[in-house]
Design a protein around this ligand. Structure first.
Ligand SMILES: [Zn+2]
Ligand SMILES: [Zn+2]
Length: 334
């Protein structure tokens, strides 16, 4: 080999190494975690007594209208696309009357179109994490042909979900921080048992560097309830809901947390601003909450309120939902 040829070869070799070197750097760089809101409705309202009056005597909350919206979240880990909840069914409209205690507001998009607008094609979704069974969180589970659906066993059984893609989660990976039971879904993505709103309710925590993103479904409907340490009127197990809210508050005090809600624009506003939730010091024990009996099991058709999940047994659904005041038309056969 003459000198000229040597330089040529050495040059190619060096170039080759550089390429390998770049590949190495790419491979070692941790994939970028990105969370986006999937926006379905905005501009609605909820009454504060609905969002903050759970377990409290009527009239104990000073009434005011709080902002309301509906959005779910999508996690792009850099390696895969993971949904947290799948919105309200495209074909259904949310009933609104003069007695409504919560509305969604104006429709922006169907879930699948909203997801596409956020930049994600349905067939690219590999996993769905379901916080709970209510229709504004499970509305489009049907729309993702390549996704595994992770849902707590309690919720899956209650919804009578079937199919090879349904993963009934038993939270066998042990504690996550101050929560007692979790299942790791991907690096930095944890699915955590957090019952109360429903018996099989769960939340999702995403780790990104120093920050934690808490996608909590309906642990609270609005941030005011979190800050004031109050439950919503929608729960299947009051004691468990109280315990979950206390754990959520403790987690937020001990970890830099961005709080991502489903039913308030504060959810996507917190996300856009990457705002760390700050909680004032306050007594963590419950404030004179009452025991409210679950509806009695009797024979007949089971009806479920599509707004709050209230279950009613009888020939016909009730004229109004006793919990969230929606009209008869909000009830579906279970
Ligand atoms: Zn709910
Ligand atoms: Zn909800």
């Amino acid at each position: 080999m003459n000198r000229r040829e040597f330089i040529k070869t050495a040059g190619v070799m060096t170039f080759g190494l550089m390429i390998d070197g770049q590949n190495l750097v790419e491979a070692r760089r941790s994939p970028k975690m990105k969370i986006s809101a999937v926006k379905l409705y905005d501009g609605g309202f909820m009454m504060k007594s609905f969002a903050c009056g759970g377990g409290l005597p009527e009239g104990s909350i000073k009434e005011e209208k709080l902002r309301s919206s509906l959005q779910n979240y999508v996690i792009d880990t850099g390696k895969e696309i993971i949904l947290v909840d799948t919105g309200f069914p495209a074909e259904e409209t949310f009933p609104v009357t003069k007695d409504s205690v919560i509305t969604f507001g104006d429709k922006i998009n169907n879930y699948v179109d909203a997801l596409k607008a956020a930049g994600y094609a349905p067939e690219k979704v590999s996993k769905i994490l379901v916080t709970h069974k209510h229709p504004d969180h499970t509305g489009e589970l049907r729309a993702f042909p390549n996704a595994k659906i992770f849902i707590s066993r309690i919720e899956a059984d209650d919804m009578k979900l079937t199919g090879d893609n349904v993963v009934r989660v038993d939270f066998t990976d042990g504690a996550y921080k101050n929560f007692s039971a979790c299942q790791k879904i991907a690096d930095g993505v944890y699915y955590i048992f957090a019952p109360g709103h429903t018996k099989g309710n769960s939340i999702v925590i995403v780790e990104d560097g120093e920050k934690f993103f808490m996608i909590h479904g309906d642990v609270t409907y609005t941030d005011e309830a979190l800050i004031e340490n109050k439950l919503s009127v929608v729960f299947e197990d009051l004691a468990a809901a109280r315990d979950t809210l206390s754990k959520v508050r403790t987690f937020i005090k001990e970890n830099k947390t961005v709080y991502l809600s489903t039913h308030t624009p504060l959810g996507y506003e917190n996300l856009d601003a990457q705002k760390i939730m700050e909680l004032p010091e306050m007594e963590e024990s419950p404030v004179a909450e009452e025991k409210i009996d679950a509806p009695k099991e009797v024979g007949g058709t089971k009806w479920v309120c599509s707004v709050c999940g209230y279950e009613f047994v009888g020939e016909e659904p009730p004229e109004f939902c006793p919990r969230c005041k929606q009209p008869k038309t909000a009830f579906h056969k279970k």
